[in-house]
Write a protein that binds this ligand. Structure first.
Ligand code: ADP
Ligand code: MG
Length: 274
C-alpha cells in the first residue's frame, strides 16, 4: 500500500465512523503480514472488531434505557428453591417468542417468590437481543401519568409507555390506585393491547381482588384483565419466600453449629434473628 493510500485507509475508516476498525488497523496489518492472511480474512477481522464492539454498546444502551432497578439474570434463578416455577416454561419464555406474539406474562404470588427476578431476567434477555424494554412499577407509572395529565402532556408520557416493545409493570396491586390512576393504567393496558405490545407484570393480588386495585371499579378491572389475559401466560408462583428461606436456612445451620459445639451461645444469640 502506498503511504498516501495507507493514510486514506485510516482517515476513511474514521470518516465512516468505523472507530474500532481504525484502532485495530495497525495490529491487523501486522498480523496479516506475519500470518499471510487473505484480503477477505483481513477485512473480516477488522469488521468483526467493529461489529462486536457496536453490539456490546447497543446492549449497554438498551439496558440503560430499560431503567431496570437492578440486574437479575435467569441463569441465577434457583429452581430447586422454587418448585412452583417450571424451568421448561422459563426456557420457553427465554426464546422471547412472547414478544413477537404480543403475549402478556402475569407473574402472580406472595412476596419474595422471584416474580420480579424472573421478569427482570427476561427484560435483560430482550435488551441483549436488541428489543427495547422498559421497567416501571404500577405506582411509579400512575404517579408519572397523573403528573403528566395535570401538566397537559399525557399524550407524550403515554407514548413513552406504549412504544417500548416490552413494558414491565412491577407490583400491580401493592398499592390500591385512586380512580384517576386506575383509569390511566387501564389506558396503558388498552393501548398496548391494541398494538400487540406485551406487558410482563408482577402482582401479589389474585385476579378476584383486582377490583380493589382499580379503585374499586370491578368493571374496569375485568376489562383490564380481559385484555391482559386474552394472549397471556400466567405464572402462579405459590412457594416460600426466597428471602425467608435463606434466613431459615441460616438459622438452621447456626443451630446445627451450636449442636455440634462449634459455636458459643453468645455468638448464636447475636446472629440468630437478623
Ligand atoms: P418477588 O418479586 O416475588 O417479591 P423477588 O423476585 O424480588 O420476589 O425476589 C426476592 C429476592 O430473592 C431477590 O433478590 C431475588 O433475586 C431472590 N430470589 C427469589 N427467588 C429466587 C430463586 N428461586 N433463586 C434465586 N434467587 C431468588
Ligand atoms: Mg417483586
Amino acid at each position: 500500500m502506498s503511504l498516501l493510500l495507507e493514510e486514506t485507509a485510516k482517515t476513511g475508516l474514521e470518516a465512516l465512523g468505523l472507530r474500532v476498525a481504525r484502532e485495530t488497523l495497525d495490529t491487523a496489518c501486522q498480523m496479516a503480514a506475519a500470518q499471510g492472511w487473505s484480503y477477505s480474512h483481513f477485512l473480516g477481522y477488522l469488521l468483526e472488531a467493529e461489529m462486536s464492539q457496536r453490539s456490546r454498546r447497543a446492549v449497554e444502551l438498551s439496558l440503560q434505557l430499560a431503567k431496570l432497578p437492578y440486574l437479575k439474570l435467569l441463569k441465577d434463578f434457583d429452581y430447586s428453591a422454587q418448585p412452583g416455577v417450571d424451568p421448561r416454561l422459563i426456557e420457553e419464555l427465554s426464546t422471547l417468542r412472547f414478544i413477537a406474539e404480543g403475549r402478556n406474562l402475569l407473574f402472580l404470588g406472595p412476596p419474595g417468590v422471584g416474580k420480579t427476578h424472573l421478569a427482570i431476567g427476561l427484560a435483560v434477555l430482550a435488551c441483549q437481543q436488541g428489543q427495547r424494554a422498559y421497567f416501571t412499577s404500577a405506582m411509579e407509572l400512575s404517579r408519572r401519568l397523573s403528573g403528566a395529565l395535570a401538566q397537559n402532556r399525557l399524550r407524550q408520557e403515554m407514548m413513552k409507555l406504549v412504544s417500548p416493545k416490552v413494558l414491565l409493570i412491577d407490583e400491580v396491586g401493592h398499592v390500591c390506585l385512586d380512580a384517576t390512576s386506575a383509569s390511566l393504567l387501564f389506558q396503558v393496558i388498552c393501548l398496548r393491547y391494541d398494538k400487540n405490545q406485551p406487558i410482563p407484570l408482577t402482582s401479589n393480588k389474585a385476579f378476584s381482588d383486582w377490583g380493589e386495585v382499580f379503585a374499586g371499579d370491578a368493571v374496569m378491572a375485568s376489562a383490564a384483565l380481559d385484555r391482559l389475559l386474552h394472549r397471556s401466560t400466567v405464572l402462579n408462583i405459590r412457594g416460600e419466600s426466597y428471602r425467608l428461606r435463606e434466613k431459615r436456612q441460616a438459622g438452621l445451620s447456626l443451630g446445627e453449629l451450636a449442636l455440634s459445639g462449634k459455636m458459643s451461645g453468645e455468638m448464636l444469640r447475636g446472629k440468630e434473628v437478623n
